[in-house]
Ligand binder design. Structure first.
Ligand SMILES: *Cc1c(COP(=O)(O)O)cnc(C)c1O
Length: 527
């Protein structure tokens, strides 16, 4: 591929691409966009800086010896570059986002309005406590509602995402076991269907991880779990509702068995959306659970952040919860830190973050809770389950739905690639959906289902939107079922064709070299 002076490059149609490729590579309002390294140059800049005054360097010989080599553009070029790239994103504000296990739902604008109030948005984390009482009241109120909704005893607000919350929970379990002199409990049991973060967290916190098998019906095998409990087991990490979109009806029995054997129960509460207002995890014997504010309580997910994963604790684990937290003393809100914790919280395992958590997310989540009220939150759970079941029942005659026979699902519907002809798989259906203007569902996860397709519509989608998605999903699934070869090279209409995702994940090209290298992950497909 050649790149001329201005970075503009003529394109050649690729195999499998829609015929009639244009001269520019643009397709009407869908604009091609090269890398900024290809269009910018180190000699160009959008601003004029006055010559730096010469003087003695105080960098002790550490100053840069070569130019930094970053490409420069004029301001309008830079604005266009990033705006063009942003238009290649799929977003919840563009359409339904069927990713399972991710709860991608509408972020109400009211939340944004509240989070942008200058008293919240412009707060500095070192603002003196008496100058930001309102912010502490928000944290305190949100903590109150999270504890109330979950029926738990306390909450640590500071963890910054679900996985960070898991780490917080298992560190509290570790601290509680150590306090009892039970250092020998080193095994955390994790069901086969667990979200990948669960075993990763357990291993990161120094536990060894053992699988618990699933039953035919996609639930935890209670007998297998009981058989494995013993003096080396620290506890279990269970997702409920689980990642097959199913509720664990034996949860109480699981908790009782784990407690009787001296362990603790961690619940991955990322799927709380499906049961909020209907089930209190505290009633199920759970000791620690993270809540993803960026899922259930509608704060935005954005490129891995800013998330927020508060962790609720049972009475047994509360003494080990991390600092800081906000407490109300008289009519003042105070921040309980290491210096002020006193005897009461002397067993705290430490802290998760430098400051107090994600203020912007707290404001959004509290707005969401208060604007929905108890009845509204209950309806969230009911409608999200209804929507998932609508998809399940609308698709089960086209795609294999492994758990459909055992009854309704919770918030997400799961399908498998059984029944697709030889040579066709889940990936073809997923890529076909891109051409239809939908982000693909979660694929090949959970691992207990062959070629899994996990769809979570959430409650914020209307019947009209669901119907449109179902029609597209059926159309694509039927193409795959009918052995339509065109779908093997989908997507045809996206800015890029099918990528070698393994290569991209294993050998990401993070440093710009020459154009050929930057294209390494794009494998032209020949049909
Ligand atoms: C999203 C999710 C997580 C991880 O949450 P992050 O905020 O992405 O770290 C963990 N478990 C389950 C079941 C999830 O859906």
């Amino acid at each position: 591929m050649t790149i001329n002076q201005s970075g503009w490059r003529p394109t050649t149609p690729q195999a499998g691409e829609a015929s009639g490729a244009t001269f520019t590579g643009n397709r009407a309002l869908m604009l091609e966009e090269p890398l900024i390294f290809e269009i910018g140059s180190t000699e160009t800049t959008g601003v004029d800086f006055a010559e730096a005054p010469s003087g003695k360097s105080r960098l002790g010989g550490l100053e840069r010896s070569k130019t930094i080599g970053l490409p420069g553009l004029s301001e309008p070029e830079a604005v266009r570059h990033y705006t063009r790239l942003s238009r290649q994103n799929y977003a919840i504000d563009l359409g339904l986002f069927p990713l399972g296990s991710c709860t991608m739902k509408h972020n109400p604008r009211l939340n944004e309005r509240m989070a942008r109030l200058p008293g919240f948005a412009d707060l500095h984390p070192l603002t003196p406590v008496d100058a930001c009482q309102g912010a502490f009241e928000v944290i305190h109120q949100l903590a109150h509602w999270l504890v109330t909704l979950t029926g738990m005893h306390s909450v640590a607000m500071s963890p910054k995402a679900g996985a960070h919350g898991e780490l917080c929970g298992v560190l509290a379990i570790r601290a509680a076991l150590d306090a009892k002199g039970e250092q020998g409990r080193k095994v955390l049991l994790v069901p086969e269907s667990a979200h990948g973060t669960n075993p990763a967290t357990a291993a990161f916190a120094g536990f060894s991880v053992e699988d618990i098998p699933a039953t035919e019906a996609g639930r935890v095998n209670l007998e297998a779990l009981k058989a494995r409990l013993g003096p080396d087991v620290a506890g279990v990490m269970i997702t409920n509702p689980n990642t097959c979109g199913l509720f664990e009806p034996d949860m109480r029995a699981i908790s009782d068995a784990v407690h009787a054997a001296g362990g603790y129960v961690y619940c991955d509460g990322a799927n709380f959306n499906a049961i909020v207002g209907r089930v209190r995890p505290g009633d199920l014997g759970i000791d620690a659970m993270h809540i993803n504010l960026h899922k259930t309580f509608s704060t935005p997910h954005g490129g891995g952040g800013p998330g927020s994963g508060p962790v609720v604790f049972s009475e047994a684990l509360t003494p080990y919860a991390p600092l800081p937290f906000v407490e109300k003393q008289g009519d003042q809100f105070v921040l309980v830190e290491e210096e002020t914790a006193g005897e009461h919280h002397a067993s705290s395992f430490g802290r998760m973050v430098a400051f107090h958590g994600q203020m912007g997310m707290f404001t959004r989540a509290l707005t969401y809770i208060l604007s929905h009220g108890a009845d509204g939150l209950r309806q969230v759970a009911e409608d999200s389950v209804l929507n998932a079941n609508y998809i399940l029942r609308s698709m089960e005659d086209v795609l294999d739905a492994p758990f459909a026979k055992s009854g309704p699902c919770m918030h997400e519907a799961i399908f498998s690639d059984r029944g697709l002809p030889e040579g066709f798989s889940t990936i073809d259906v997923a890529k076909g959906l891109i051409d239809e203007g939908f982000h693909p569902m979660t694929v090949y996860f959970p691992l207990v289902v062959h070629g899994a397709m996990l769809v979570e519509p959430t409650e914020t989608e209307s019947k009209a939107t669901l119907d449109q998605f179902i029609h597209a999903f059926r159309f694509v699934a039927e193409k795959a079922k009918g052995g339509d070869l065109a779908i093997k090279t989908a997507p045809h209409y996206a800015p890029r064709r099918r990528l070698d995702e393994t290569l991209a994940a294993r050998k990401p090209v993070l440093v710009y070299k020459e154009p050929e290298r930057a294209q390494a992950a794009e494998v032209p497909l020949r049909s």
